[in-house]
Design a binder for this molecule. Sequence first.
Ligand code: HEM
Length: 177
Amino acid sequence: MTQNSPKRYHPLQVTLHWLVVILVFGAFVIGKSMSGQPNDAEKLTPLALHMGVGILTLLVIVVRFVVKVKLPKPEHVSAGNAAFDWIGKAVHYALYLLVFLMTVSGISLSIQAGLPSIVFGGSGNLPADFYDFAARMLHGFIAPALFLLVLLHVGAAFYHQLALKDNLLARMWYGKG
Ligand code: HEM
């Protein structure tokens, strides 16, 4: 470890990390629960919520990536073998990428389907089926991929915490140093 590298993530990075967790979880749960609903007037409120949370997620993930590049961060901790370490780094970048693609595919879908004016402007009706638009497939494919990646990420955090017992999670919380 170099002398200048901090022991934990910057409080701003910690805040943005947990904010992304809450936003992605929220968008995922609303998205899954409304996707089985018919496209009638009752769907407008969950759609508005989902789109609002999703757009906020895009803003936060972009700010977070810029902050990640700019701020000093703690050294990468080894999981004991080179393959795990490589996967660990790759998963972190892939998480940023998939969250970004999730939001961009959602925004593309909403533009293709004319949702901004229907959902937020109150004009017109929802299209009969979102699957008539190409971006709906993309949004639906990325969702389970992101879900699996999050499972891997959470699994790795538990592996560090419980098997390696290196208290890695503490770096993603507030504290001194
Ligand atoms: C990280 C951000 C997001 C997550 C995790 C997310 C998650 C989801 C999920 C899980 C579904 C259901 C997929 C399925 O069952 O196949 C869905 C559907 C949808 N999402 Fe998103 N989404 C996000 C961002 C957005 C954004 C930014 C928009 C638009 C501005 C959007 C618009 C939609 C629409 C229109 C549907 C279709 C609902 C339906 O088929 O009834 N999403 N989303």
